[in-house]
Design a protein around this ligand. Structure first.
Ligand code: ADP
Ligand code: MG
Length: 213
């Protein structure tokens, strides 16, 4: 629908674009995780989204949500690290709200909100803890503001991607309070969070996919 709303083809193209971005940025994600984690975030994301690509091949759902639920379930079953259940649960929660063949930007904002709530619940983390939430929460806020103002999907997603990247940069001075990075205490300060970096890729992929319509 020309950058206006989300349909099943766009959702599929988004997930494939995430897989391509993760493939391209795998080493950077792993480098970030080697500084404050266990150096597997790029590997985890790559394994997960490769499995998602395969799972979606030939899968023809009736709703946008079914596609996202399938992606989430595949992430949960294919990724061992914390990011697998967190992202997998988020895609599943988002997908469960989208029970039609298309979604308006406002409906998609509600789905993104359900995804964030899932991450916060499962990880018992909040903004400022230096996690993926620090990219996701500002991206969602930007997306929702645009959607509520009547923006197209493409415009809302572009603003959200910029906000996610700002959020990623803002994780550097934070001390980690959740996940493996929290074991480092003050030594986690000065490094960007790997999960915030992958979340920024996910929102950038949405913006590029929507813009290409
Ligand atoms: P693991 O930490 O198990 O090795 P990954 O390296 O794949 O898993 O993912 C690490 C990322 O997961 C972190 O950079 C952070 O963004 C995110 N993360 C870890 N724990 C939590 C949590 N409790 N809540 C939210 N996000 C978290
Ligand atoms: Mg790790």
């Amino acid at each position: 629908m020309n950058g206006v709303s989300v349909d099943i083809d766009l959702a599929r193209a988004w997930v494939q674009a995430i897989a391509a971005a993760v493939d391209q940025h795998k080493d950077r994600l792993t480098q970030l995780d080697s500084a404050i984690g266990d150096a597997d975030h790029g590997v985890n994301m790559h394994r997960g989204f490769s499995a998602v690509s395969t799972a979606l091949d030939g899968f023809v759902p009736d709703t946008v949500g079914a596609l996202l639920v399938k992606a989430g379930t595949t992430l949960i079953s294919s990724v061992g690290g914390a990011s697998g259940p967190l992202y997998g649960g988020a895609f599943r929660a988002a997908g469960k709200t989208l029970e039609a063949p298309t979604a308006t930007p406002q409906e998609f904002a509600a789905a993104l909100a359900a995804g964030l709530a899932s991450i916060e619940r499962l990880g018992s983390a909040a903004p400022g803890d230096k996690t993926m939430i620090d990219a996701y929460a500002p991206a969602l806020a930007a997306f929702r503001q645009q959607a509520d103002a009547g923006a197209t999907l493409a415009a809302a997603a572009l603003t959200a991607a910029d906000a996610a990247e700002d959020g990623l940069r803002a994780t550097a001075p934070l001390q980690a309070r959740k996940g493996r990075a929290s074991y480092l205490g003050a030594r986690s300060i000065g490094h960007q969070d790997p999960g915030a970096a992958s979340t920024a890729l996910i929102f950038r992929a949405l913006a590029e996919t929507a813009a290409a319509r």
